[in-house]
Write a protein that binds this ligand. Structure first.
Ligand code: TXA
Ligand code: MG
Length: 351
């Protein structure tokens, strides 16, 4: 299959045509990758069970790992669920459109293939104009996981999508580089207390500010092989995995740099190509190894935006090992560390 790639240029006539073309593909049961504010999504018609099967096949994704249904208006919630708790509207009004996904009870219109057999559905209203226009033009809702091959880092540019899915999907809408760079926060709204299943740009503190109380899925920061099974099926996989063996080094900034330097030297002396993933503040410590700087420790949003691209870049450079500096857990830093630890298979050295 040839994959059409069309750029969003800002010219309204041209962009309208691109969106119409994408919508026509969805109506015919095809697959379109599209930009959102978090990462690129791989979309198909959310009410078409066959489209969902195609998504799983294109990604090589296990079919027990449910998809997020993307809507373009808060009122769309009632099309997916007969039981939308009032508190979901409180969150929706505060954070939508935006990087927050809510889990609610599904109705019978939502195919089981979309929800991996669960009786709940994940719903999100993205804060990206192209995404919302595309959903509206499709005349349906768009089921979409991140537009990467299963196990690879989520795509934050159309080039990343093409790397993984060219020839496997009908079209990519190229909306340029992504702003946030980490997938949406997921919160389970089916119990008495909202439960955070996946951290993201909308933090637990922000959720608490809106609804008073939020619990954490106990599996959140534990290992993939941990005893606690995560409630979001996708969180149990070793996601975002670079090809190299990755280790997170945690501790006082100077000590972390010294430790990474020593590990890199050891790898090089044994003929291994070592990668270093650090902050702006630490980058001058290193004179050997393949270094990628994620941004300043004072700007965790910048670190988040560059993380997945850096993991892909290390794959391209063919490193055997990656050493990553740990980041503070405040704000989006918690989500950054959640993804870093997953990429590292929870391998941490404390200094
Ligand atoms: O930012 C995002 O959320 C991006 C963009 C494209 O919207 N999408 C995304 O989708 O990250 P995906 O498929 O890569 O991650 C969806 C996560 C998975 O961990 C999945 O297990 C979980 O959501 N999930 C989906 N439906 C669920 C449900 N009913 N109950 C619990 N977890 C669910
Ligand atoms: Mg994903």
């Amino acid at each position: 299959m040839d994959t059409i790639i069309e750029k969003i240029t800002g010219d309204s006539g041209h962009d309208r045509q691109v969106i119409q073309k994408a919508a026509a593909i969805i109506k015919k049961g095809g697959l379109v990758a599209f930009p959102t504010e978090t990462v690129y999504g791989l979309g198909g018609d959310a009410f078409d069970a066959d489209a969902a099967s195609k998504i799983y096949a294109a990604k090589g994704r296990p079919s027990d790992n449910p998809l997020i249904v993307h809507i373009s208006d808060i009122s769309d919630l009632t099309e997916l669920s007969d039981d939308v708790p009032e508190v979901v509207y409180t969150l929706a009004e505060r954070f939508w459109p935006g990087p927050l996904t809510v889990i609610i009870k599904k109705n019978c219109r939502v195919p089981d293939t979309v929800t991996g057999g669960l009786d709940t559905v994940a719903v999100r209203l993205p804060d990206n104009e192209t995404a919302r226009k595309f959903i509206k033009a499709s005349g349906t809702f768009i089921a979409a996981p991140s537009a990467n091959l299963s196990g690879r880092p989520s795509p934050t540019s159309a080039e990343h999508v093409a790397e993984d899915l060219s020839g496997r999907i009908d079209m990519i809408i190229d909306g340029g580089d992504i702003d946030i760079g980490l997938e949406s926060t997921i919160v389970d709204m089916t119990g008495d207390v909202p439960v955070l299943l996946r951290p993201g740009f909308v933090t637990a503190e922000m959720l608490c500010g809106a609804v008073g109380e939020v619990a954490y899925d106990p599996a959140l920061m534990s290992g993939v092989d941990g005893e606690v099974r995560p409630k979001a099926p996708g969180m149990k996989y070793r996601h975002y995995a670079p090809k190299a063996e990755m280790t997170v080094v945690e501790g006082e900034r100077g000590a972390v740099a010294d430790k990474i330097k020593q590990l890199v030297r050891n790898d090089i002396s044994q003929g291994r190509k070592a990668g270093i993933m650090v902050s702006e503040e630490n980058k001058d410590f290193f004179c050997e190894g393949e270094m990628i700087c994620l941004g300043s420790r004072t700007n965790p949003e910048e670190i988040a935006r560059h993380l997945f691209g850096a993991l892909r870049e290390f794959d391209e450079r063919g490193v055997d090992t990656i050493y990553a500096e740990a980041f503070p857990l405040e704000g989006i830093g918690y989500a950054v560390m959640n993804r870093l630890l997953k990429a590292a298979g929870q391998r941490v050295i404390k200094v």
